[in-house]
Design a protein around this ligand. Structure first.
Ligand code: 5GP
Ligand code: ZN
Length: 117
């Protein structure tokens, strides 16, 4: 299940370079190209799903693997104790730019309030 027009499918395939942080059979994690925090890593399933709703409906076990990987990334990045934030944007109001589901792992500094007013 690869979408040939999807940049994150291309990153998973190695057709677009990225800085890999973690890889398992079904999960890939890489540094965000435009980091918003000292640690800013994107964690994706290798299979293409557009968003959290599609991923969890189609393959909840894979969703669990992705979620576990986010915690492993946080530990590897050294932010497990200081704290970190996990988020996944969906659709226009969510601010989603890339339509291959991805979880942002951010930390390494105080991140402030979750949402601006
Ligand atoms: P979204 O806005 O969809 O939640 O997040 C997309 C994220 O992907 C953004 O934080 C953006 O900086 C990152 N991004 C976009 N294009 C690339 C790319 O080609 N490589 C990497 N590593 N990150 C990218
Ligand atoms: Zn994709």
């Amino acid at each position: 299940m690869i979408d040939s027009d999807c940049i994150f499918c291309k990153i998973v395939a190695g057709d677009i370079p990225s800085t890999k942080v973690l890889e398992t059979d079904r999960v890939f994690a890489f540094r965000d190209l435009y980091p918003k925090a000292p640690t800013h890593v994107l964690v994706v399933p290798k299979d293409h799903y557009a968003n959290v709703a599609e991923l969890t409906a189609a393959d909840p076990a894979l969703a669990g693997e992705v979620l576990r990987a986010t915690a492993e990334v946080a530990a590897a990045e050294g932010v497990a104790e200081s704290g970190w934030r996990l988020f996944s944007n969906t659709g226009a109001d969510g601010g989603q730019d890339v339509f291959h589901v991805h979880f942002h792992v951010a930390g390494g500094k105080p991140l402030g309030r979750m949402l601006s007013n």
